[in-house]
Design a protein around this ligand. Structure first.
Ligand SMILES: Cc1ncc(COP(=O)(O)O)c(C=O)c1O
Length: 383
């Protein structure tokens, strides 16, 4: 039969995280106790206040199309959040609310990339960035890291060409949990400003941060860099709302308008009653996410104390991951062995652009983490 699948679709890798999850679930269904450390979402339920707001809104019949960029009330609340928490002044027509930050990022790639435009992505990176760039007709260019696991500026300088359209920054980072310092952001901003390129700042893990630290938005460093930045954020991680699908971006007006046009002709508005629930999330804010963040901090500290001494990782100051190395073992081989022999599901680092590493998530109970540490000890002893 004729092959109807497009070349574009064939080029795209399936999400590695989702496929590990599937394999782990299959083993669990066979009655095998798998400790699943591959999860990319908080293991907490969405706070009751947010659920009630969605219910209320449904009861009130808020079930129709909305403004395709999101209701004005929510875009205003997002502007207030960005001003209050990130020192960023945006107007509602510079905000586009979408079905998750992933959707915001994809819309953005479609809005800024011409065929062959390059986007520099520092490794290790979130698995979806290169695939989204490719889908939008662009070319991902992978940049090396330094010993802090932040971008190696010398390499970045070499990679920027007239074809470079944008750079993707993700702090706190998935998969490392590394948070850029102010100085690191300033140096990066200086380099980006010296060339004509955009900075896409994915701040989705902003609030999952430990030891009293704060994630700084690169866009807040100066009005010049803000004009070059697109800030992406969402509700999935902060408010444990992954299934609700709500994210947003803030961008200079011409870019926001292009994103809004694309969204209006594709998915239209994000879910009406979810937008109403998000208003309550932003209003009650810290009270809703603080208990979850405190628990994540406890688990992170537990892992720092109890992971086998032989494993190496950058210290995660944010997000809910450790990016571990057990030496020179290729990551897919290691992940398969950990799943089959020790029943621990992890994601191979290869998918994040860093072989010889695996990503473990601590979005699971301390009980599970205790068992995982014991199993990892046994695995390390085996190598
Ligand atoms: C770095 C990063 N950006 C964006 C997203 C997408 O989040 P959302 O659920 O809002 O689409 C994720 C989700 O795993 C992520 O890890």
């Amino acid at each position: 039969m004729k092959d109807f699948v497009s070349l574009k679709a064939k080029e795209i890798q399936p999400s590695a995280t989702l496929s590990v999850n599937k394999k782990a679930r299959q083993l669990q269904q066979q009655g095998i106790e798998v400790i699943n450390l591959s999860v990319g979402e908080p293991d907490f339920d969405t706070p009751e206040e947010i659920k009630l707001a969605a219910e209320q809104s449904l009861k009130e019949g808020f079930t129709k199309y909305t403004d395709s960029s999101g209701i004005l009330e929510l875009r205003e609340a997002i502007c207030e959040k960005l001003y209050r928490e990130n020192s960023l002044a945006y107007l509602p027509d510079e905000i586009v609310v979408s079905n998750g930050a992933k959707h915001s990022l994809f819309n953005l790639m479609m809005a800024i990339l011409n065929p062959g435009d390059e986007v520099v992505i520092p490794a290790p990176y979130w698995v979806s960035y290169p695939e989204m760039v490719k889908l939008a007709g662009g070319q991902p260019v992978i940049c090396a890291r330094n010993e802090r696991f932040t971008v190696e500026l010398n390499h970045l300088r070499e990679l920027i060409t007239p074809k470079t359209k944008a750079f993707i920054l993700n702090s706190p980072s998935n998969p490392t949990g590394v948070v850029y310092t102010k100085k690191e952001l300033e140096d990066l901003a200086q380099l980006l400003l010296s060339r004509e390129i955009l900075c896409i700042s994915d701040e989705i893990y902003e609030k999952i941060i430990f030891d009293g630290k704060a994630a700084i938005s690169i866009a807040s460093l100066s009005s010049e860099i803000k004009d070059r930045c697109i800030v992406v954020n969402g509700f999935s991680k902060t408010f444990s709302m992954t299934g609700w699908r709500l994210g947003y971006l803030a961008a200079p007006r011409d870019i926001a308008k292009a994103v809004a046009n694309i969204q209006s002709q594709t998915t239209s508005n994000p879910v009406s009653f979810v937008q109403k629930a998000a208003l309550v999330a932003l209003k009650q804010n810290e009270k809703l996410y603080q208990p979850m963040v405190a628990e994540f901090a406890r688990r992170r500290d537990y892992l720092i104390k109890n992971l086998p001494n032989q494993v190496i990782y950058p210290r995660p100051d944010g997000a809910f991951y450790f990016f571990l190395s057990l030496g020179k073992i290729p990551s897919e081989q290691l992940a398969t062995r950990l799943l089959e022999k020790y029943q621990i599901a992890v994601v191979p680092g290869k998918d994040f652009g860093a072989d010889h590493f695996i990503r473990i998530s601590f979005a699971t109970s301390l009980d599970n983490l205790e068992k995982a540490c014991q199993r990892l000890q046994a695995a390390v002893a085996d190598y």
